[in-house]
Design a protein around this ligand. Structure first.
Ligand SMILES: *[C@@H]1O[C@H](CO)[C@@H](O)[C@H](O)[C@H]1NC(C)=O
Ligand SMILES: *[C@@H]1O[C@H](CO)[C@@H](O)[C@H](O)[C@H]1NC(C)=O
Ligand SMILES: *[C@@H]1O[C@H](CO)[C@@H](O)[C@H](O)[C@H]1NC(C)=O
Ligand SMILES: *[C@@H]1O[C@H](CO)[C@@H](O)[C@H](O)[C@H]1NC(C)=O
Ligand SMILES: *[C@@H]1O[C@H](CO)[C@@H](O)[C@H](O)[C@H]1NC(C)=O
Length: 303
């Protein structure tokens, strides 16, 4: 597999060849190289000081038809034209990272979901204009294979969007809702009921989350047990929440958090690597979430 990677220091990795170039040429470089790498599957164009422009993305869309993994994070100069150009070309795109691409609109993102229906990993962190309830409804309708979604700091996201996601994407495993200040218990309850493979959930600063949400997560586990025993014997420990960030969720009380800890053995507060993060919740100091014995069997969860 070709790996063609332009980081902010402009390091190009083509298979095993590493070339460093001056970053101010990034846009021109993409314009000249994209036509030569038509079999590219992974393209990481993470932005630094200089910024890609739409014509670079249009060239990529015209020449590199096999892309499955595309990272355009922090490309705030790109306009919706880039998304429209990309959408058509990539029915097989599985990983798409537009974290920090603040110019994209929800209309263009909706358009992308109509064409890229095989997305498994999508990073929309900070895409305040693009990540709206309308866009999440489109994701729930079109991208049913989605497993990992980052909606961090997308303050326009509300319950309607998250609930559509929960109903449309039953395979969701990792969801970052940090700073999604508008969501309430209804979002978490829908996730608990519909996304039975949920492993990692970030609710940092979601201050309207209450005990009701945590009890629904704990209850989902109980509901989920019988079928799990039938279908995946011996894999018990691999299912269930193993990472939860409820830092700054100040409405939570110890009994609800304790119930969650008791239900999900993978949640722990081992020093140095908490999988349950509750800093800033002064009322939760009495919660005892044991440091799991078999920590080495718990892999890091993706962000
Ligand atoms: C996406 O981009 C952000 C910002 O560059 C980065 O932190 C993250 O690791 C990238 N990958 C995924 C899968 O989100
Ligand atoms: C997408 O994947 C399918 C199945 O693997 C393949 O038949 C098709 O040619 C691919 N399409 C493109 C545009 O790569
Ligand atoms: C909890 O989530 C917030 C927002 O994602 C993050 O800044 C913080 O580092 C997280 N805490 C830990 C210990 O992972
Ligand atoms: C969140 O909580 C605040 C304070 O309790 C309340 O005023 C606000 O209406 C709540 N927001 C939503 C969306 O429920
Ligand atoms: C947290 O503790 C403070 C002080 O003990 C108390 O006034 C407040 O009601 C508590 N909040 C919750 C949500 O239990």
């Amino acid at each position: 597999m070709f790996m063609f990677c332009l980081l902010c220091r402009l390091t190009i990795i083509v298979s095993q060849i590493f070339i460093s170039l001056c970053e101010k040429n990034m846009n021109n470089l993409v314009l000249s190289l994209a036509p030569k790498f038509t079999k590219l599957q992974t393209l990481i164009l993470r932005q630094g000081n200089t910024q890609l422009e739409d014509n670079a993305i249009e060239t990529i869309a015209n020449f590199c038809h096999d892309l499955q993994d595309l990272d355009l994070s922090r490309s705030f100069k790109l306009s919706d034209c880039s998304l429209y150009a990309l959408a058509h070309g990539y029915p097989n795109l599985t990983k798409f990272n537009i974290s920090g691409c603040t110019s994209f609109s929800d209309e263009a993102l909706v358009y992308v979901t109509n064409f890229c229906q095989k997305l498994k990993i999508l990073n929309l962190c900070g895409c305040v204009k693009a990540a709206t309830d309308r866009a999440l409804q489109a994701i729930g309708r079109n991208c049913n294979m989605l497993q990992t979604l980052n909606l961090g700091w997308c303050e326009n996201v509300g319950d309607l969007g998250v609930m559509s996601l929960a109903y449309g994407c039953p395979d969701l495993r990792c969801l970052d809702l940090c700073g999604c200040v508008r969501i309430t218990d209804n979002s978490v309850i829908a996730l608990a009921n519909e996304c039975l493979h949920l492993k990692s959930l970030d609710l940092y600063y979601c201050r309207n989350i209450t005990d009701r949400a945590l009890y629904s997560l704990a209850h989902s586990r109980v509901k989920n047990k019988p079928s799990m025993w039938q279908s995946m014997k011996g894999r018990y420990d691999e299912e269930g929440l193993r990472s939860l960030n409820i830092s700054q969720c100040t409405a939570l009380t110890p009994s609800a958090v304790q119930a969650l800890c008791d239900t999900f053995p993978a949640l722990h507060t081992c020093s140095g690597r908490h999988s349950l993060v509750m800093s800033g919740c002064l009322n939760l100091t009495s919660v005892h979430c044991a440091c799991a014995v078999r920590m080495n069997t718990i892999p890091h969860t993706a962000h």
